[in-house]
Design a protein around this ligand. Sequence first.
Ligand code: FPP
Length: 247
Amino acid sequence: MNLHGLEKSRLPTHVAIIMDGNGRWARLRGKSRLEGHREGTAAVRATVELSRDLGIRYLSLYAFSSENWNRPHDEVEGLMALLESYLECERERMMREGIRLMAIGDRKRLPVSVRRVLDQNIDLTRHNTAITVILALSYSGRDDIVRTVRDIARKVKEGEYDLPEIDESLVAAHTETGCIPDPDLLIRTSGEMRISNFFLWQIPYTELYITPTLWPDFSKRQYIEALLEFQRRQRRFGKTDEQILRG
Ligand code: FPP
């Protein structure tokens, strides 16, 4: 396998991506925003493919935030149609390449036709083991936390847990990503320096990589650059560098 100069043993287990800049990419070319999103789909394919080939275990893609419902009706409708056709077209590849699909977010808000194909793909791919791709759809990091709090509060009320049992691991297990390790690397394209209500609980020690590249231009080469930069970082998790070097 070509590792492109990357150290296999130091690859991130979980990469999360805020795919931003489709609209600007389109505007720069005099195209519609939807054409930007369409082009963004090709970058999604390439990113999933490289992640899988490198052996990255989890890839989370922020495809549609709760706040994105407030975009113009045509754009939302176009994005949903794009998502549906992406999921239909990719089903065979997911099975061939061992890709397991998961989704997080408020799926109830998605159009029935999108939900149907999403659920089908999730169900069909549930035993695949090469990589897990997590699509964040109608997702909000704060909603995730609110839902988690409600869930735990209800269980305390029903006597399932005592207050002292509530610790970080119990809270983490109740979030939407309960069964998935925290991201090691969070990539954001288009140069914006914010998290935009993506993972909030999940990223206390995640390495951030922000590139000015607009999402449709985010190539495999650029992804490799991000991974190389990740491997140059020293992750200290609050410790000193002497402690880390001593092991
Ligand atoms: C942000 O760019 C991008 C989105 C809101 C949608 C992301 C969707 C895709 C990449 C394609 C479909 C997804 C999948 C999983 C097939 P923006 O529109 O905010 O760009 P701008 O900030 O330049 O306007």
